[in-house]
Design a protein around this ligand. Structure first.
Ligand SMILES: [Zn+2]
Length: 302
């Protein structure tokens, strides 16, 4: 199998990459844009990325999009960042490059990266959680992505973990996303310490002995553990993968996730639950684009 052209469309950046079928990253290009981007912004940057990388021999293209995606038609249905919708992104890239192209939601795609190249190669049932600006979940059940009736399965970020808690972007209060996402960690630290810092900087402070910073991370971990326990009690899965930018502070989150999980879990039914850090890490969505192509290869001749 030849190399795979991979396109990770983020909320504010676009990464194009050349990946082998084994998930190795050979070369990447990266571009940033403002949050009010248009579809022309995206297609122009993909075209530029393809022009730079097209010297490589590609067999197909995989695309990760934020928001809702119909993986069968490759249509990007809705983006929560820009409000863009109804974009036949797979067809657009296929016409541009001549490559068979597949698209799916970025969180599902990240879970695929873990399944093909990461911590879940031997695991048929697991939950992949993106802890980033928001919180999302990708669910593998019986060795396949479980998408649900409206393609929205895995929305663990909107589990209510605190009655009358913080306001969430979805309109509810007390959602996991409102208490434990990277953006929430930054907001909570700012409220307590009057310092407007990014989650990554707050993690450095916590490691350096800042008690307020450490408490904010520990509380976020406790909420994640609570939500994970609810998911495990329902699904009886034994592996939970934490990925996304804020999960780079896995060392700060893991102790309180584990403690809270033990507190909230029906332990007799779920004695062997493991919380692990994503192996593809920050490249999960990009590597998942290669996994998406391989996943489709089973069904289509490419
Ligand atoms: Zn919510």
């Amino acid at each position: 199998m030849k190399n795979i052209f991979c396109v990770d469309i983020g909320g504010s950046k676009l990464i194009c990459g050349v990946l082998t079928p084994q998930g190795e990253i050979i070369e990447t290009t990266r571009a940033e844009y403002s949050k009010d981007y248009t579809i022309d912004t995206i297609t122009n940057l993909i075209f530029e990325g393809y022009q730079k990388l097209k010297g490589h021999d590609f067999c197909a293209c995989g695309v990760a999009v934020p928001g809702l995606c119909d993986y069968e038609s490759g249509k990007w249905l809705y983006s929560p960042f820009s409000g863009l919708g109804d974009i036949p992104i797979a067809d657009i890239i296929s016409n541009m490059t001549g490559l068979p192209t597949f698209a799916d939601n970025d969180v599902n795609i990240s879970a695929m990266a873990e399944r093909y190249f990461g911590a879940c190669r031997e695991t048929d049932d697991f939950l992949w959680i993106t802890v980033s600006n928001g919180i999302g979940g990708g669910l593998y059940l019986g060795g396949d992505i479980y998408r649900g009736q409206g393609l929205s399965a895995g929305e663990i970020g909107h589990f209510i973990v605190e009655e009358n808690g913080r306001k969430c972007g979805c309109g509810n209060c007390g959602c996991l996303e409102a208490h434990a996402s990277g953006a929430s960690i930054a907001a909570i630290y700012d409220e307590r310490a009057s310092k407007n810092l990014a989650a990554k900087e707050i993690a450095e402070l916590a490691r350096g002995g800042d008690k307020t910073a450490l408490a904010v991370w520990q509380e976020a971990g406790a909420y994640i553990g609570k939500a994970v326990a609810y998911a495990v009690n329902l699904l009886n899965i034994n592996t939970i993968v934490l990925g996304g930018g804020a999960a780079e502070a896995f060392d700060l989150l893991e102790p309180s996730v584990t403690k809270s999980l033990a507190r909230n879990l029906f332990i007799k039914a779920n004695p062997d639950v493991k919380i692990v850090h994503s192996i593809p890490g920050r490249y999960a969505a990009l590597m998942g684009c290669a996994a998406l192509v391989i996943n489709n290869q089973k069904e289509k001749d490419i």
